[in-house]
Design a protein around this ligand. Sequence first.
Ligand SMILES: Cc1ncc(COP(=O)(O)O)c(C=O)c1O
Length: 383
Amino acid sequence: MRIYLDNAATTPLREEVIETMTSVMRQQYGNPSSIHADGRAMRAIVEEARKKTARLIGASIGEIFFTSGGTESNNMAIKCAVRDLGVQRIISSPLEHHCVLHSLEAVEHQGVVIELLRVDERGRIDYEQLEELLQNGLGTKTLVSLMYANNEFGTLNDLERISKLCENYGALFHSDTVQTMGHFPINVSKLKIHFLSCGAHKFHGPKGAGFIYINNEAQLKPFIDGGGQERNMRGGTENVYGIAGLARALELAYGQMEEYRQHIEDLRSYFMEQLLENVEDIRFNGDYDGHYLYTVLSVSFPASPKSELLLLHLDIAGISASGGSACSSGAEAGSHVLKAINADPARKSIRFSFSHLNTKDEIDVVVEKLKAVVGVRKMEAVA
Ligand SMILES: Cc1ncc(COP(=O)(O)O)c(C=O)c1O
């Protein structure tokens, strides 16, 4: 049995989600746009999923639009805000996922001014600089795009504080909530936010399914032109199985969020303790003991020819983890976010990310392997 510690890249599907999806696959095949009974049955599944999703995040039904996942939702928020809402300036950070950063580059070519906030060595943004920029740019239509949790080392942004600043200075607010959805509660009826994004595969749902929340106050035009699906925002016959699976996975995640959180927090602390006690010269990246996403632990190992090949050694030993962001895995091009927080380039960082399915026994196996490859910590001489 392999040990899977790459849950920030993707998570295994839950059995209940597989059941929901396969039962739709077996029993229904109509096109949700068809007006006959077969179509109406499929439409009902999509609308039931929308209702469930909206309820869980405190949105109204008309504010949820199903997409292919986080990447599409982030592209849509940024590009449509520029095209349809007259956004002239976007404030973001160098720690965003590539789907946000590359969308920013795309709109920069259209003349939008992009300002990236300073970040400190733990990956925390500079809130004072954010306020200064908002204040100085009053009168310039501004979108603030800041993720909830960083996907490589888990540092959390304070969405409430950002939301208040945006409200005070009349800016739109988009947050990439792909890593936190299903792991932290979010309630858009209490938190003023215009756009947020979700990919179901980060909380034991299917790949290729997600949604974007668009606040009723932000009226966008279609992102994909076509047959008028998703209330004309996204043409194309709906991924009904994926949508049904997404809603089921989100419902389960919310239902057991506290229980899972406790289990994962315990595993993460145990892993940290064991690493510090047993393995040579361990450090952690990000705000690992401050405001952090509990499913992620980014570990920095000392430079050595062996640690260069650490991921490979782990893989051969049956352990899946990731070097930085898995979305660009294979290409060991160096992580843009570790660079942005000035992490020592000579050291090797590995992201371990957990789910409720992981166990302490698995952590013990991983620590043993790391001791063998990186080296056992030398105990201080006892006086
Ligand atoms: C922070 C963040 N945003 C966006 C994405 C992309 O989401 P998706 O895989 O659903 O397109 C990821 C995936 O790793 C992510 O971690």
